[in-house]
Design a protein around this ligand. Structure first.
Ligand code: PRP
Ligand code: MN
Ligand code: MG
Length: 179
């Protein structure tokens, strides 16, 4: 792999921001009456979900759904596949979708539309990273960890051809032929 990775957002910065997001979520859902469900979109969200849910003190449940649009490519296919759906109903449940990144918006737009048909009590989105300049579809996102410029990033759940998800920070990938 002819490229290298530099730290863009450090582990400490991410930790601090996750605490802030969770504090906001704790406040917003204090009257949700044990009816909050965090739904992570696999695979990218798994690390953010693990850290975020451990900072959320209001009673909540955690579930996952597997969707895929990028596969091993670096650009969105716009064809979002539901690889593994939820097992349980979300009707009358306060749903908070947890994502690692919103880029073109195709993934979250499709999942949001699908969930809305199932009549949740409320539906919001929390993403660690937002790349607003890449948006192709508008999606309302309530909680955003970091809004960044259009750079190819990895780590903290985000992959490059399925590698680097384990990095404890967000890194920028640099390809020598592009510099
Ligand atoms: C990535 C990322 C988001 C989505 C964002 O997932 O984790 O889910 O793309 O892109 P979009 O806003 O342009 O739709 P990917 O399809 O690569 O699957 P993964 O989570 O398994 O890496
Ligand atoms: Mn994903
Ligand atoms: Mg991916």
């Amino acid at each position: 792999m002819n490229h290298h990775v530099d730290v863009m957002i450090s582990e400490q910065q991410i930790k601090a921001r996750i605490k802030e997001l969770a504090a906001q979520i704790n406040q917003d859902y204090q009257h949700a009456g044990s009816n909050l469900l965090l739904i992570g979109l696999l695979r990218g969200s798994f690390i953010f979900m693990a850290d975020l849910c451990r900072e959320i003190t209001v009673p909540h449940q955690v579930d996952f759904m597997t969707v895929s649009s990028y596969g091993n490519n670096t650009t969105s296919s716009r064809d979002v596949k539901i690889v593994q759906d939820l097992d349980e109903s979300i009707e009358n449940t306060h749903v908070l979708i947890v994502e690692d990144i919103i880029d073109s918006g195709n993934t979250l737009s499709k999942v949001r539309d699908l969930f809305l048909l199932r009549k949740p009590a409320s539906l919001e989105i929390c993403t660690l990273i937002d790349k607003p300049s890449r948006r192709e579809v508008e999606v309302p996102v309530k909680y955003i960890g970091f809004s960044i410029a259009d750079k190819f990033i990895v780590g903290f759940g985000l992959d490059y051809a399925q590698f680097y998800r384990h990095l404890p920070y967000i890194g920028i990938v640099t390809f020598p032929e592009n510099t």
